[in-house]
Design a protein around this ligand. Structure first.
Ligand code: BV8
Ligand code: ZN
Length: 252
């Protein structure tokens, strides 16, 4: 399936590209998405219930162990061809990467990330006094079901991952920068997101309402597919290298 000629031209001529990525961006690196069929790691834990302040307040050792497992997984995988393609795109176009993902795979591929709208798994802070905790937590090879989080040196509170849980507000600056990028870019890519989680899922409309073309890259239909300019059916690692070819003005 190829991109319509008019959108190919828009991509080649674009000077500023905004890219919103979701869990599907990291799927080909081996990181399960939230809506994947759950394997062992996810089968027992529904992110919707565990990724909340309440869950951490009630069972800090269960939630902390779950995030240790995710950190261990992310440390063990590599960026995929999709991450690398976006990094390459950023070497000859102004590319603003806005990610819902809490992993660091965009950075490890060489992209400059404008916004982690749901925070980052590896920046930790105190649950009580919010002081940053600048260490790398111990990650045992075999992570038990429950692991007590480290304690804050200043107040003794539990250390938590620096990510945005359900019910928590998004980092203001990150979200404002993301809206600005989507409102001013020449073209927007939306890669690997179901568009379910808000307010991140509304970002493509900041582009669409200005008549800016929005191309969605996803192997399946999402909540956004009916609204975007074009749904390019395919995976991040398949399609994004082709985006780079077209952006260079070469034949796809
Ligand atoms: C807020 C960090 C309010 C955690 C995440 C009803 C009840 C309760 C809350 C709400 C509600 N209705 C709306 C809400 C708000 C809620 C929300 O949106 N809920 C949803 C579920 C309805 N949002 C919030 O709570 C947000 N905060 O609203 O605060 C507020 C306001 C004022 C004052 C106080 C409070 C906070 C949301 C952030 C939650 N944190 N992550 C963690 O990671 O543990 S969200 C988390 O889930 C991810 O970050 C990501 O954003 C989201 C998963 O979405 P996707 O990335 O799209 O992934 P998904 O699996 O869904 O889809 C993958 C896609 O990839 C699929 O389309 C698939 O086809 C595609 N794909 C698969 N393989 C590939 C691929 N694509 C390309 N290539 C491939 N190879
Ligand atoms: Zn503290």
């Amino acid at each position: 399936m190829s991109l319509p000629a008019a959108l190919q031209l828009a991509l080649t001529e674009a000077r500023h590209i905004a890219v919103l990525t979701g869990a599907g961006m990291s799927a080909e690196s081996g990181v399960p998405t939230f809506r994947d069929v759950r394997d062992g790691l996810w089968a027992k834990y529904d992110p919707m219930t565990l990724a909340t302040e309440e869950a951490f307040a009630e069972e800090p050792d269960l939630v902390w162990a779950w995030y240790l497992r995710r950190a261990q997984l992310i440390r063990s995988v590599q960026p995929n061809a999709g991450h690398r393609a976006l990094a390459e795109l950023g070497t000859f176009k102004k590319v603003d990467v806005i990610t819902q993902n809490v992993d660091d795979l965009h950075e490890r591929a060489g992209s400059r990330v404008l916004s982690h709208v749901h925070g980052g798994l590896f920046d930790y802070r105190c649950f009580d006094c919010a002081r940053p905790w600048q260490h790398d937590p111990e990650i045992p090879d075999e992570i038990p079901e429950r692991v007590s989080p480290p304690r804050c040196r200043a107040c003794g509170g539990w250390i938590r991952p620096g990510i945005v849980w359900f019910g928590e507000v998004l980092p203001r600056r990150a979200f404002e920068d993301a809206v600005e990028a989507c409102s001013t870019c020449d073209i927007m890519l939306v890669v690997g997101t179901s568009g379910i989680v808000q307010p991140a899922g509304s970002l493509p409309f900041a582009a669409l309402e200005r008549g800016t073309p929005v191309i969605e890259v996803n192997p399946e239909e999402s909540r956004l597919s009916d609204y975007v300019t074009h749904w390019w059916q395919g995976t991040a690692a398949e399609i994004l290298p082709r985006v780079v070819t077209i952006a260079r003005g070469q034949v796809d």
